[in-house]
Structures are given as structure tokens and as C-alpha cells.
Design a protein around this ligand. Structure first.
Ligand SMILES: Cc1cc2nc3c(=O)[nH]c(=O)nc-3n(C[C@H](O)[C@H](O)[C@H](O)COP(=O)(O)OP(=O)(O)OC[C@H]3O[C@@H](n4cnc5c(N)ncnc54)[C@H](O)[C@@H]3O)c2cc1C
Length: 411
């Protein structure tokens, strides 16, 4: 587990954000080719491109379908930010830093992206993960409460807690983030600051020894750059089958927006907390514009190609979701589904991200493996990856955690 020292170093990463300014370290490469080409404009690549540009580099951001396209893992209206990470205290600490950066970016971007709310984890017993989480919150001074069933019924009367013994409640460290909007705005700001965005499919192209020289583009052209960051999310196994294929699993996931009763705000933000259900499974958020969001467990499995997969929900999971809503939200019984989403996560066996140099090249980075939890770290990941690419002093302990070679093969 990563300790408080790394937490403080993460603070240094956040602090760097405040001091970055375009042009601070401007470089130009011969022939005007970019210093860095970032392939993928999702949460990993979009923020990395912006952070690199803010360091004064000449950066091109490339995405085959555009930022926050419906096939991407970063697509969809909302994602949650939380510090509750079970025994993974490193991510608890990082989420606190990320939250601070989101607030800064929200102010800079000039639009509401964060919807702070309570987040409750419903449980019947203190699992090892929840026990460890409580210790981590104590150690990092993250505020929380433990509510028994009676307190839950008083605090959130719109929910049924008959099968719940208690909930772990995090307050100031949780929020819902507008996902699609934030990624589109990140790309806009990147371009306003002088970055270039291009729609293209890009694969590793010509190489000379341990140096990648170009990207091969889908139109037959090529693009040269000094360094390359491949932040291809669920496409990583297609781009690097040998390196990423055995290390990440691409899993299908479904979630639905359930229509709240007319004129009834009990199930909407901020009255409805975000929740994670350790008893019945799944998670959700209160309605923000679209309906109460709930994702049942069990959407994974089966091959899922992010390019060709149809995004149609399964009758089995819809029924599972409907039974859940009827049970947990009696006031929503028989609520209609207003919208459905099918997406995919791309995770490693130990849930840690891959942020590392490609084993065959000295100028190629792979930034991937966000699984079901990477979005919240976007602004911090951008700074971290930009720091690695520009060889800024970092924290070897964090670098080690994100190494490709440390990832067990997916079983
Ligand atoms: C349903 C769901 C719910 C989630 N909930 C949460 C949550 O609540 N909180 C949280 O923190 N995280 C959550 N996550 C995880 C988080 O959304 C992901 O970890 C994160 O968005 C991954 O970002 P990415 O940039 O790695 O991938 P993506 O967003 O998929 O971006 C990759 C991009 O690369 C492009 N690309 C790929 N290959 C190429 C190529 N060869 N050439 C050009 N472009 C290419 C694609 O078009 C795509 O836009 C959730 C994920 C899912 C799917």
C-alpha cells in the first residue's frame, strides 16, 4: 500500500497544476512536427494532452471518433468521485487530490461539472475491505460517518434499508462529475491553449531501433512526433496485442436511467445520495437531468469489441435492475426506464493503472487500465503522465505501482 509520503507527493503533482503556464518550456522540433502525439482523447489521453500543452509542448491529440464519443469508456453523462476504496489507500489519497483539481478546473472551464453529494456504501457486515477503508479514512483525516439502519431510515426515507445493517457514509470526498461535458471542454481548452486535435485512427508506424518515428494513420498517411502517448482505453489490446492483450480485460457494462415520479425530488441530486450496494449489488446516483441512475452487477463477460459492439441492453439485466429499483426504492416501483447505456471497462487483474514506457521503445508511453474507476483521476492523471513524459521528478513508489511488468496476466 502507498503511504502518506506518496499522498504528499500527489499533493505536489496537484500543486504543479497551479503553476503551469503555456509556453513555460516551449520546444520546437525540426520540421515543426509535434513534441508529443497523444493517441486517445478519453479521460487518460484528453487530460494528458492538456497538461503537456500547459507545459509548453507542441502537442497533437488524436482520436478516431472524437473526445467522449459514445464508444469510449469516458462517454456517458456522469461518473462518480469517491475516496472509499476499500484497502486501496493510495487511490483514496489520490481521489482527494483529484477532487481539488476538479474544483480548480471547474472554475477555469467556467461550467458546473461537479455535483457534490453524500455517498453511502450499504452493508450487512464489516468486510475486510470496509474495515481497512475506515482505518484509511482515519489516517488521512477524510470525514465519514457510520449510520445504522435506524439512522439511515431517518436520513434517506426514500430508500428501503430492511436488508441493510449499516452504511459507510462519505460526505465531502464524494461527488458526481459531468463526464461527457468535462471531456469535451478539456479538448476545447486544450485547443484554445494552442494544442491541435485531429480525428484519425493512429497505430504505431515506422521505427528505428528503440525509437518510434511515426504513427500510421487510417488514410494511409503518417504523423511524426518526438514522443508518443497511447491512451487507448479499451482499444489498448487492439493497439498492443502482445503487450496489453494478456494484461487487461475489456468487460461490458450496462446502466439505466429510471424516471422519477412527477414533481418528486426525493430521488434527485442532492437529496438522493450516490450509493454502492454491497448487499444486493450494483451502484447508482441521484437523478441529474436524466433520471435515477442504476447499474446492476453482472454486465461483464463475453467478447466486447469497442468498435463493433452494438449498445443494446439485455433483457436479463433490465429485469434485474427493475427488481432492484422496486426493492430499494419503494416510491419508484414500476418506474419507466428513460435511457439505457452499454459501455465497457478495461481493467487490469490488480485494478492498478498501466502508465509505463512501451518495452520496445524509449519514446512511447502506454497509459491505460482505468477499469471501472479511472475517470475521477483525470486531471491528476494528466499531470502525472505529463510529468513522466517530460521526465519531471516523480515518486518511484507510484511509478512502480503503474508498471506494466507488475500486472499479473488476466486469468
Ligand atoms: C459504465 C462505466 C462506469 C464507470 N464509472 C466510473 C465512475 O463512476 N468513476 C470513475 O472514476 N470511473 C468510472 N469508470 C471508469 C472510467 O470511465 C474509465 O476508467 C476511463 O473513462 C477510461 O478512460 P480512457 O481514456 O482510458 O479510455 P476511453 O475513454 O475509452 O478513451 C480512449 C479513446 O481512445 C480512442 N482510440 C482508441 N484507439 C485509438 C486509435 N488507434 N487511434 C485513435 N484513437 C483511438 C477512442 O476513440 C477513445 O476515445 C466507469 C467506466 C464505465 C465504462
Amino acid at each position: 500500500m502507498i503511504d502518506r509520503r506518496s499522498f504528499l507527493n500527489a499533493s505536489a503533482v496537484a500543486g504543479a497544476l497551479a503553476s503551469t503556464s503555456v509556453g513555460a518550456r516551449a520546444q520546437s522540433r525540426p520540421g515543426g512536427s509535434p513534441d508529443v502525439a497523444v493517441v486517445g482523447a478519453g479521460a487518460f489521453g484528453g487530460w494528458t494532452a492538456l497538461s503537456l500543452r500547459e507545459r509548453g509542448l507542441n502537442v497533437v491529440s488524436i482520436d478516431e471518433y472524437g473526445p467522449s464519443n459514445p464508444r469510449a469508456a469516458s462517454a456517458g453523462e456522469t461518473r462518480s468521485i469517491r475516496s472509499g476504496y476499500g484497502a486501496q489507500g493510495f487511490y483514496s489519497a489520490w481521489a482527494i487530490q483529484a477532487m481539488a483539481m476538479w474544483k480548480q478546473r471547474q472554475a477555469e472551464f467556467g461550467r458546473t461539472l461537479l455535483y457534490p453529494n453524500d455517498r453511502i456504501e450499504l452493508a450487512q457486515e464489516w468486510s475486510p475491505g470496509l474495515k481497512a477503508q475506515r482505518e484509511i479514512f482515519d489516517r488521512l483525516n477524510i470525514p465519514y460517518e457510520v449510520l445504522d439502519r435506524a439512522a439511515l431510515r431517518t436520513r434517506y426515507p426514500q430508500m428501503n434499508f430492511d436488508d441493510v445493517e449499516f452504511a459507510f457514509l462519505e460526505k465531502s470526498s464524494a461527488a458526481v462529475i459531468k463526464a461527457r461535458e468535462s471531456m469535451i471542454r478539456t479538448s476545447e481548452v486544450f485547443q484554445e491553449k494552442g494544442g491541435r486535435f485531429q480525428v484519425a485512427r493512429a497505430m504505431p508506424g515506422e521505427a528505428s531501433g528503440r525509437t518510434l518515428k511515426t504513427l500510421a494513420l487510417n488514410d494511409g498517411g503518417s504523423l511524426s512526433a518526438g514522443q508518443f502517448v497511447f491512451a487507448c482505453g479499451p482499444w489498448s489490446p487492439k493497439v498492443f496485442p502482445k503487450e496489453m492483450g494478456p494484461k487487461v480485460a475489456v468487460r461490458r457494462s450496462e446502466y439505466y436511467y429510471w424516471g422519477v415520479p412527477a414533481g418528486d425530488e426525493r430521488f434527485s441530486w442532492p437529496n438522493q445520495p450516490a450509493w454502492h450496494d454491497h448487499v444486493q449489488g450494483g451502484y447508482g446516483f441521484g437523478s441529474i437531468e436524466r433520471g435515477l441512475k442504476y447499474s446492476p452487477n453482472g454486465g461483464g463477460g463475453g467478447a466486447h469489441d469497442p468498435d463493433t459492439a452494438e449498445r443494446l441492453p439485455t433483457a436479463f439485466l433490465i429485469e434485474k435492475g427493475r427488481q432492484y429499483i422496486d426493492h430499494r426504492f419503494p416510491g419508484m416501483r414500476n418506474a419507466p426506464i428513460l435511457e439505457t447505456r452499454v459501455c465497457q471497462t478495461e481493467g487490469t487483474a490488480n485494478t492498478h493503472f498501466v502508465i509505463d514506457k512501451h518495452p520496445d521503445y524509449d519514446n512511447v508511453w502506454i497509459a491505460s487500465g482505468g477499469g471501472g474507476h479511472g475517470f475521477k483521476f483525470g486531471p491528476l492523471l494528466g499531470e502525472y503522465i505529463a510529468g513522466r513524459v517530460t521526465e519531471s521528478p516523480g515518486d518511484p513508489q507510484i511509478d512502480e505501482l503503474f508498471k506494466l511488468s507488475n500486472k499479473p496476466d488476466i486469468g
